[in-house]
Design a protein around this ligand. Sequence first.
Ligand code: MLT
Length: 242
Amino acid sequence: MRLRPLVRVCLSTALIPQFRVEEYITVVIDILRATTSFAVALDRGASEIRPVRSLRACRAYKRLGYLTAAERGAQKVPGFDFGNSPYDFLAADLQGKKIAFTTTNGTRALWAVRHARKVVTGAFVNMSVLLNWLRQQDQPVLLLCSGWKDQVNLEDTLFAGAVATELEGDFRVNDDATLIAMSLYQMADHRKKYYLEHSAHFERLVELGMQNDVKYSLRRDLHPVLPYYQEGRLVNALSVPV
Ligand code: MLT
C-alpha cells in the first residue's frame, strides 16, 4: 500500500538548510503581509510579481517598466510605487501590470527555496485554493514560515498548522515542528485574533497604525488565486499554464 506523502513545517527561513527542498513542493508563508499582498495583487490582475532581494534590484526593474513595491521594517520605502499593505494593491489598477517586489522576509524566503520542486505562496486569503491544489499534487509538502528576520513568529506558524491540520487525511506527519504548528492552530483556531494580538509583528503593525492590515490578512478565501513561482517570478497558476 502506497504511503501518503509527508507534510512538514519549517519554522524559520534560517532552518531551510536542514531540508532537501528539491524533494518538496514548498509553500512560502508570510501572513503579515507579503504572501497576503501577493494574492491580492495577482487577484487584482497583475500579470506577474518579480520578488527581488534588494532595493537596488527593485529600482532596476522600474527602468524596465515594472511597478515597484518595497517594504523595510514594515514600512513603505520612499520612492517606490507601493509598500506591502494589501490595501495598497486593492486600491490600484493592476490589470496586466508587472510588479517588482522586495520585503524584509517574504521575498527573502522565496529566494531561499527557489530550487524547490515547486514553489507557491500561501495565506489565509487564498487558503482553500492552496489546499485543493496541494491535494491534487499528491507530493511531499514543505510549509515554510518566513518569520521575522529568521525569528519564529506566531502568525506564519499558526497558518502552517492550519494547512497541516486540513491536509492531515491526505498527508502524513512525522516531525515535531509540524506537530507544534498543528497544536498552536488547534488551540487558537477560533480565537486567531486573540492569539495573534500579542505577536511581535501584530504589535509592530498596530504601532504603525496598520491594524486593518492584520484584520484583512486573517480573513479566509478573499482572493482565489495561487501565486506560483516560475522562472524567477510569481504568476497565478489558475490563470496561466504552469
Ligand atoms: C515581510 O515580508 O517581511 C513582511 O511582510 C513585513 C511587512 O510588510 O509587514
